[in-house]
Design a protein around this ligand. Structure first.
Ligand code: G6Q
Length: 546
């Protein structure tokens, strides 16, 4: 395959960029009354308005041509077919099988994975029903009141984000807690709020070797025993979610209380597997299955829709447009929905861990930027903080606005205000405010002469700042499933265009190795060979901890 930057579509996009870079979006809207209809698209319960982008029909065509040239169509087929597309780890990538509701088989290495997937779902359903209906009890016979998920990264962020998003569907008796950090403060604070007799720990770790998770799990077990439970009671309070039965058994969790998944499920793509157990416990198996169904609907759309109407492809190629042609290095996410407050953190891992790479599949370095920094906070809070920079800062930062139209609460006035703010922000970012408009506004306020001229430049907004708006009727398990799958596939498409492997994470593995050495040295008090800074920091630690 030709290098990205010398492909014909890339060249065409460079020309398109030169043509469009000085054209205000205001003009594009003024010139085309149908712009909203032309640059919007709906699928799987989601509606995407991408008309507030610095885009015209021919640049969009060139972006889609680039996707074709880079092999997105073939790579998409390979992923769904269970080909070994995670080549550095020699694995298939089949999180789509976990939410395959079609009844059709899905092959990995020539074997249908669906019977195993459905078997684990059935075991989860039985366990979830027992816990929710109070049949699964703690060691004194009390029903479970608190579920503590102990996991990190992909074994934490997905279930945490979804449980927060689906709070209106939460079980009245169950409180959910998530412990990920090896900083003992997090576990300590959770343990202060729960009672041993009625607490269930879910130890979630694909590998069951992750230091943070095992440390937290050991401390949680010690706490349970210190509270009066006997070793034989541990089985009623600890279940595991993992691919590694041997390590689970070695830790001391009965493998009958283990829910499995498979190496072809990447950590950050695993909330659809048994890693989603806390979601199912909290919202019920029916809602978990609705989440899967929403994701499946998005999978079908991604697999079957032509590229020009394909939501993940459109989002991905718009991202590429800004990163590779406008030189942006950051992407904002602003959910106008408090329940989605952890979505930016979740997307941060999804996109940055998947595509934060500088080497292509074939081992050659990339010669163009790849994944931007993903960040954000829920609106309207962000408006009173960092939005200043989005409007008037020196960097161009595209933003995805995400909003359910109908709320779960009865405060209709609030919902109207929330949506008004969301749309106003996208409009202001696009339109900006010209010197003439500011002058007229200031004159109307009675300002003139030097006072007006001095203030004027500060109140001018350049505008022409792009955004997407994603709407859904309401935030339900189904629309949430579709939303997450949309971003998963967006990430995949971008990885294909950039030519990187979106499914490995050697940067994370490095962290797992490095800490071990320093930990040993701190334990023994023998500082090995390090740079002066690291050795100095270690000496200070030893002095403080004695
Ligand atoms: C995700 C990453 C990483 C992983 C954690 C936890 O894609 O691989 O975030 O999920 O390091 O790993 P375990 O689930 O194996 O504990």
């Amino acid at each position: 395959m030709q290098p990205l930057t010398s492909s014909p579509a890339y060249q065409a996009l460079q020309d398109a960029y030169e043509r469009l870079r000085h054209i205000p979006m205001r003009e594009l809207f003024a010139a085309d009354a149908t712009r909203f209809e032309r640059f919007s698209c709906a699928a799987a319960g989601l509606f995407l308005d991408y008309s507030k982008n610095r885009l015209d029909a021919s640049s969009l065509d060139a972006l889609l041509a680039l996707a074709r040239e880079r092999g997105v169509v073939e790579a998409r087929a390979d992923m769904f077919a269970g080909a070994v597309i995670n080549r550095t780890e020699q694995r298939a990538v089949l999180h789509t099988a976990l939410r395959n509701r079609s009844g059709a088989p899905v092959l990995a290495g020539g074997r249908d994975v669906m019977p195993e997937v459905l078997e684990v779902l059935a075991r989860m359903a039985a366990f979830v029903a027992d816990v929710r209906q109070g049949r699964w009890t703690g060691y004194t016979g009390e029903a479970i009141s608190d579920v503590v998920n102990i996991g990190i990264g992909g074994s934490d962020l997905g279930p945490l984000m979804v449980c927060e998003a689906l709070r209106p569907y939460g079980h009245a008796r169950l409180n959910l807690h998530f412990v990920s950090n090896v900083d003992g403060a997090q576990l300590t604070e959770v343990l202060r709020r729960v009672r041993a007799q009625s607490t269930l720990f879910v130890i979630a770790s694909k590998t069951f070797t992750t230091q943070e998770t095992l440390t937290n799990a050991r401390s949680a077990r010690a706490w349970l025993l210190a509270a009066g439970a006997l070793p034989e009671h541990v089985a009623r309070h600890f279940v595991a979610v993992s691919t590694n039965a041997e390590k689970v058994a070695a830790f001391g969790i009965d493998t009958r209380n283990m829910f499995g998944f498979w190496e072809w499920v990447g950590g950050r793509y695993s909330l659809w597997s048994a890693i989603g157990l806390p979601i199912a416990l909290y919202t019920g198996m029916d809602n978990f299955e609705q989440l899967l169904a929403g994701a499946h609907a998005m999978d079908q759309h991604f697999r079957d829709a032509p590229l020009e109407n394909n939501l993940p492809v459109l989002l991905a190629m718009l991202g590429i447009w800004y990163v590779n042609f406008f030189g942006t290095s950051s992407q904002g996410v602003a959910p106008y929905c408090q329940y989605l407050h952890r979505l930016p953190a979740y997307l941060q891992q999804l996109e940055m861990e998947s595509n934060g790479k500088s080497v292509q599949m074939d081992g050659k370095p990339v010669e163009y930027p790849t994944c931007p920094v993903i960040w954000g906070e829920p609106g309207t809070n962000g408006q009173h903080a960092f939005f200043q920079l989005l409007h008037q800062g020196t960097a161009l930062i595209p933003v995805d606005f995400i909003a359910p139209l109908r709320a779960h609460h009865a405060l209709a006035e609030h919902q109207l205000l929330l949506l008004a703010n969301c749309f106003a922000q996208t409009e202001a970012l696009m339109r900006g405010k010209t010197p003439a408009e500011v002058r007229a506004e200031l004159s109307a306020q009675g300002l003139s002469g030097e006072a007006l001229e001095t203030l004027l430049p500060h109140k001018v907004f350049g505008g022409n700042r792009p955004s997407n708006t994603l709407l859904m009727d309401a935030l339900t398990p189904q629309t949430l499933g579709a939303l997450i799958a949309l971003y998963e596939h967006k990430t995949f498409v971008q990885g294909v265009v950039w030519g990187v492997n979106s499914f490995d994470q050697w940067g994370v593995e490095l962290g797992k190795q490095l800490a071990g050495k320093i930990e040993q040295e701190l334990r023994s008090g023998q500082i090995g060979a390090h740079d002066a800074s690291t050795a100095g920091l270690m000496r200070k630690t030893l002095a403080a901890l004695g």
